[in-house]
Write a protein that binds this ligand. Structure first.
Ligand SMILES: [Mg+2]
Length: 269
């Protein structure tokens, strides 16, 4: 299977949490499997986590043993910055989020607006320090005509002792004021996958998306014609495939099994 998998696909898009790591611990065999994939194919990481820059994501994974570089990381904060640059050129942006958003906006050439009313766009992601004042600033920007860009709308994300509010909670606060996002960047939005394919410069049939969530990783990738692999090392179970009717191309216990070819099924069969 390893030969087959590597023969079929020239590039792999990997989700991070549930595929490479669980929280801050590497999943068994993932470090070696990641290295093996990288020997013969292009590998990019596609993550909705908007709190970190590409460099911060890469450094965190490097500390866990993954040989990954910042330019392999397509995180939603960076993708939001790239999307705006692609569509509108360098503009003035008001961020609601953590360091990842501010740093990536500036890194690709945007300016941070001095006042919310002056912003051409707002970019909203997860903000563990969110305040009423920050929401009021977001409202001011939107009432002044700023484009509403959401890094993602994940309602929650898993932590060792349960779940925590995700970017969807911040976006939802603005929805509650009567404003819906003009564009959502992260999975399952096609925007993230289109930007990834553009980076790879490959047609969809040469790329495999590997993820642990059916409703985001797998559905989003299927939406633009990518083959998909569900790994059972994170959120989704085999039972979820039947209950949702979402059928990935491949299923494996984890990334190591997928790369080895152990227990890989085609769910479509
Ligand atoms: Mg995941």
């Amino acid at each position: 299977m390893a030969d087959r998998l590597l023969g079929i696909y020239n590039a792999f898009l990997l989700d991070v949490d549930g595929v490479l790591v669980r929280g801050s611990v590497p999943i068994d065999g993932a470090v070696a499997a990641f290295a093996l994939l990288g020997e013969t194919a292009d590998v990019l990481l596609l993550t909705n986590n908007s709190t970190k820059t590409r460099t911060q994501h890469a450094e965190q994974l490097q500390r866990l043993g993954f040989e990954v570089y910042a330019d392999q990381v397509l995180a939603s904060a960076y993708l939001a910055a790239e999307y705006l640059l692609d569509k509108r050129g360098a503009i003035s942006v008001w961020p609601i989020g953590e360091e990842g958003i501010r740093a990536e906006l500036v890194a690709v050439g945007h300016r941070l607006a001095g006042r919310p009313e002056e912003a051409d766009a707002i970019v909203v992601g997860m903000d563990r320090g969110l305040t009423y004042a920050a929401l009021a600033d977001g409202l001011s920007a939107l009432r002044s005509g700023a484009q509403f860009v959401a890094t993602n709308e994940d309602g929650t994300f898993p932590v060792p002792d349960g779940v925590r509010p995700g970017a969807g909670a911040m976006v939802g606060a603005l929805r509650g004021m009567g404003f819906a996002p003009d564009v959502v960047i992260g999975k399952p939005s096609r925007v993230a996958y289109r930007l990834a394919l553009k980076r790879l410069a490959l047609p969809p049939e040469q790329v495999l998306m590997v993820g642990d969530r059916l409703e985001t990783d797998i559905v989003g990738a299927q939406g633009i014609g990518l083959d998909t692999a569900l790994v059972l090392s994170g959120i989704a179970t085999r039972e979820d495939i039947d209950s949702t009717g979402i059928r990935p191309t491949w299923i494996a216990d984890d990334l190591a099994a997928l790369v080895r070819g152990d227990g890989v099924d085609s769910a479509a069969g």
